[in-house]
Design a protein around this ligand. Structure first.
Ligand SMILES: Nc1ncnc2c1ncn2[C@@H]1O[C@H](COP(=O)(O)OP(=O)(O)O)[C@@H](O)[C@H]1O
Ligand SMILES: [Mg+2]
Length: 332
């Protein structure tokens, strides 16, 4: 690939800002090693103006969570005509929204833990709503990442606090049956599964601390599964990724039980990309060192919205001139 002027979008306004800064720094350094002209774009409320001024040819998304991973920034880039890495607006929004993603999984017969959703307005009635759902259960915000606001609940008297905690991050929570088993993540690049890694946290589950404190987990690549089981997991992950419609690099999180069951927890449309993150670990096993992975992700950058602009050459300028219709609307 020739030298490109690449905007690396990092930071952002979500609870995963710090993680995004690390992902973005690592990706930007790799893009520079690859010979690209890199502009670091620290995302905030004025990102539209910064993008217009930066005049980048392509955007490399290193954002996580709200506004960055959920289709918002993707929509802005579509409007500006700047091709971007990862998934389009719809797939990003679906992947971020665990409730909608689970509805899609069910539509496609993809096993996912049993659950119910609880809007903030019903929080006071949690015990009645929970009824005979049972324990342990997992309480999580509907749209978050990095295990932020996730609690494993063992008894009824722990429910209310877990719900309150999750509601700090969203106005709706998801309560899921806790599935005991191996935690497996599958890396996907352009629809092709790269492999499955197993995470063995030394804590009760793969919570925020386990994710970001060195030494708090053991990793096994490839995941310690029988060859048949390993193939099943890859197939299920590929199916989940396709159902949600993710493109570029993504990561599917699953739990594999000791019996014969595999459950999809979620699809991450912008997975962590620090040099020690899961996706680069998986990709390394498939022959992609970190820089090669970054280059492959960049090569997949595109506009998704369809129509004339999507099929046009990437705009060298990030300031498209308004169409005649827009000019008329602005003048009236
Ligand atoms: N239903 C479940 N059963 C067992 N563990 C779960 C379940 N849901 C979540 N977890 C644990 O919580 C972690 C984070 O949950 P996840 O749904 O992947 O949200 P996030 O988007 O925050 O990563 C998982 O990696 C897993 O360790
Ligand atoms: Mg997860």
């Amino acid at each position: 690939m020739g030298r490109k002027r690449v905007g690396v979008l990092l930071g952002g306004m979500s609870s995963e800002r710090e993680v995004s800064l690390k992902t973005g720094e690592a990706a930007a350094a790799a893009l520079e090693r690859l010979g690209h002209d890199v502009v670091r774009i620290y995302v905030d409320g004025d990102v539209d103006q910064v993008l217009r001024q930066a005049r980048v040819e392509v955007a490399f998304l290193a954002l996580h969570g709200k506004y960055g991973e959920d289709g918002c920034v993707q929509g802005l880039l579509e409007l500006l005509g700047i091709p971007y890495t990862g998934s389009g607006v719809l797939a990003s929004a679906l992947a971020m929204d665990k409730l909608k993603a689970k509805e899609i999984f069910r539509l496609h017969n993809i096993a996912t833990p049993p659950y119910y959703a609880l809007p903030a307005a019903d929080a006071d009635r949690i015990l009645a709503v929970h009824g005979s759902f049972g324990f342990p259960a997992v309480v999580k915000p509907r749209r978050e990442g990095s295990s932020v606001g996730v609690t494993v609940v063992h008894a009824a008297d722990e429910l209310a606090e877990a719900v309150r905690d999750a509601l700090r991050f969203d106005d709706e929570v998801l309560v899921e049956r806790f599935i005991k088993g191996k935690e497996i993540c599958v890396g996907v690049l352009d629809g092709r599964v790269l492999g499955a890694i197993e995470i063995a946290p030394k804590r009760e589950f793969y919570d925020y601390q386990a994710k970001y404190t060195p030494g708090s987990c053991d990793y096994h690549f490839p995941a310690r599964l029988s060859p048949t089981r390993y193939r099943c997991v890859l197939t299920l992950a590929e199916k989940a990724n396709r159902a949600v419609g993710c493109t570029g690099a993504s990561r599917v999180d699953l739990i594999v039980t000791e019996g014969d069951n595999e459950y999809v927890l979620e699809v991450n449309s912008l997975p962590g990309m620090t040099t020690t993150s899961l996706l680069p670990k998986i990709a390394a096993g498939a022959g992609y060192d970190y820089d090669k992975l970054v280059e492959a992700i960049l090569a997949g950058a595109k506009l998704h919205a369809g129509g004339a602009r999507a099929s046009a050459e990437p705009t060298a300028s990030a300031t498209p001139s308004p169409s005649a219709a827009t000019k008329r609307a602005l003048a009236s």
